[in-house]
Design a protein around this ligand. Structure first.
Ligand SMILES: Cc1cc2nc3c(=O)[nH]c(=O)nc-3n(C[C@H](O)[C@H](O)[C@H](O)COP(=O)(O)O)c2cc1C
Length: 181
């Protein structure tokens, strides 16, 4: 299974990024977990550019097309989603393979809900398949733990593992069974 992770914060010390890095650490070997690092290179979305998309956009489209599922962790800015994640998703609105893509949304805040709700609404509008059991609040923005410490934290690592398990189980259940056409 190929999982592509998208982080809605461009900060070097981003807690959302640390959460996704911890998830990559905890992912079982059979799961290919890739963190897409080019979101800061995407130009502002402009439909006029789509027919001849710049290379950072092509790279995003290719990574999303190849992924079996996406994981998004993104903070809340002024009660909304970050420009980074909105711009990324705007580039994906017209990408046919995005339709029905299984997506897990991780809310990295211990208190914020506006951005999480808005992000899910955007994804539903884009016809993504939200995986409810994998969409969790994993509160990391208020703690100072790095990715390594998050991956071994007794309270947070079980939440991260359960999101991973939910992703795998959703994927397994969506595969055609033997004998089914
Ligand atoms: C411009 C800006 C606006 C913010 N607005 C909110 C907000 O509305 N609600 C909230 O809970 N936190 C808000 N925060 C705090 C961030 O969610 C917090 O700093 C978080 O750790 C940022 O995510 P990151 O560590 O992944 O970059 C804001 C931070 C910034 C920089």
């Amino acid at each position: 299974m190929h999982v592509l992770a998208l982080c809605g914060s461009l900060r070097q010390q981003s807690r959302s990024l640390a959460l996704l890095q911890a998830m990559r650490t905890l992912a079982p070997g059979r799961l290919d977990f890739t963190l897409f690092t080019g979101l800061g290179e995407l130009p502002l979305f402009n439909p006029d550019l789509e027919p001849c998309a710049p290379s950072p956009v092509q790279a995003l489209w290719s990574a999303v097309t190849q992924a079996d599922a996406l994981v998004i962790a993104s903070p809340e800015y002024a009660h909304g989603v970050t420009g980074t994640i909105k711009n990324t998703l705007d580039w994906l609105v017209g990408l046919v393979p995005f339709t029905d893509k299984p997506v897990a949304v991780l809310n990295p805040s211990h208190r914020a809900q506006h951005a999480d709700d808005a992000l899910r609404e955007i994804l539903r509008t884009m016809n993504a398949q939200l995986i409810p059991e994998a969409c969790l609040r994993i509160p990391v923005t208020a703690c100072e733990l790095n990715a390594e410490a998050l991956a071994s934290d007794p309270a947070l690592s079980p939440l991260i593992r359960s999101a991973l398990a939910a992703l795998e189980s959703f994927h397994a259940n969506s595969l055609p069974r033997q004998g089914e056409s």
